[in-house]
Each structure stands twice: as structure tokens, then as C-alpha cells.
Design a protein around this ligand. Structure first.
Ligand code: ZN
Ligand code: ZN
Length: 68
């Protein structure tokens, strides 16, 4: 199955909990709710998605991973 998914680690800005999420490169996420403190967090200004704000990879890197 050619599934256009990969994984990234998000770090919660409130409690610093880390969470591995599945990332779809065609779907830029704007909000995420922390599994630990259950507080939602959104994209910082100047960033395009929560991956770029809080993830260990940028969404552009996800695209490169899929291409390689
Ligand atoms: Zn949290
Ligand atoms: Zn992004």
C-alpha cells in the first residue's frame, strides 16, 4: 500500500509532553490537542502548521522524505 504518511514528534508548548503523530504531507495541521494536559495548541505566527511550530521535522522535510 502506498500510503502518503510519515511520522513526526510534537512537543507540547504547555507541558513539554512529546507525542508521535502521523503526518499527511497534503494535510497541514493547524491545531492539535495535547494527550497529556489536554490543552489545544495552534500554529505560531510565521509558521505554516503545527509541525513547523512544534514538531521535530518541518512539513517541507516530510515532503522530501516522501520523494526520496
Ligand atoms: Zn501538554
Ligand atoms: Zn509547515
Amino acid at each position: 500500500m502506498m500510503n502518503q504518511l510519515t511520522q513526526a514528534t510534537l512537543t507540547c508548548p504547555h507541558c513539554q509532553a512529546t507525542e508521535i503523530i502521523s503526518v499527511d504531507a497534503s494535510d497541514s495541521k493547524q491545531f492539535h490537542q495535547c494527550v497529556q494536559c489536554h490543552r489545544p495548541y495552534g500554529v505560531s505566527k510565521n509558521d505554516c502548521c503545527i509541525l513547523c511550530s512544534y514538531g521535530d521535522v518541518l512539513c517541507s522535510q516530510v515532503d522530501q522524505n516522501l520523494a526520496s
